[in-house]
Ligand binder design. Sequence first.
Ligand code: ADE
Ligand code: ZN
Length: 348
Amino acid sequence: MNQQMTSDMRQLLRRLPKAELHIHLEGAIRPGTAMELAAKNGVSLPVCDRVEDLYSYDNLMDFLAVYGAISDSIVTVDDFRRITYEMLQSAAESGCRYMEFFVSPHAHKGVPFARQFEGIRAGMAEAETDFLITSRIIPGMNRELGPEAGEDYLDEVLANRGEDVIGLGLDYNEAPFPPEPFVGVFARARREGLHLTAHAGESGPAAYIRGSLDALKVERIDHGYNIVDDPDLMVRCRDEGLVFTCCPSTTKYTTPWRDLTAPDHPIRRMKEAGLKVTINSDDPPMFATDLGWEFEIAHGDLGFSLADLKAAILTSLDAAWLDDTVKREWSADWAREIDEAFAAMPQP
Ligand code: ADE
Ligand code: ZN
């Protein structure tokens, strides 16, 4: 961390109320849980001496290979319940009160969607009772499987839809898989009333952000870092108030920007250009982080002032796919709580 941060400040950042809009269920599995479930379900994971070393890679492809192996280990209703509960518990410990999380049902080969959703819903309900955290599901579509598979995938999502399934995402390896071929399946999802988002500009070019907006009509962009290569698109996104769900620690693994303190780090540049940037944790244990830590590094490394952090939190809430009345109420409460927390901070 660039700047020395007092433990009071770290505690304060951790306690701030937060909304997480970009986290993957399968990427949020604790390494110990992954090992246990793999052993129970007879799945072999990459061999390693220490549990933490399971999560070792330094590019998107290698990361996705481990993500796939971990996903193979999640099989029963109770496995899904447990990983959902644990993800929400960890997030609540970082101050998270509301979460929209991605799931990758196609990654659990042969496990029916209905079984997966049953376990996930049980975990969501238990966590809401135990940790007062509300959550919603965004099934993520694996772009590597192509648009025809995407149509079948959407059928399955719609067949298992409840009020808690609020949107559709597009993820996995971006570079060779542009968004435009998914125009039909995203249009159908929109007609069905699902909100839309897409991973774009993480490992793919700025043109994929433009394509996600123009062809897929997404409402948010996940990551979006390569927008810094396209000043015109930056102006457009600023003027349109587009929200980006950024994930600081992820950039150290899946992008060329490994140094979060660098003046040209894209999240810093996006914020400075007036884009609506939110702070999220993506695949927290897999990228050695949690939501609280993402806020710490946003403040300590990426140049977010306390006012910027407050704005990022309220932007997340504003961009959440929640009822407007609820959002207004929470927003007023959270703003007050954040102001009180900042005011109580001992002055240096
Ligand atoms: N799935 C989980 N994390 C991802 C990321 N950072 N990029 C693309 N797909 C993902
Ligand atoms: Zn992601």
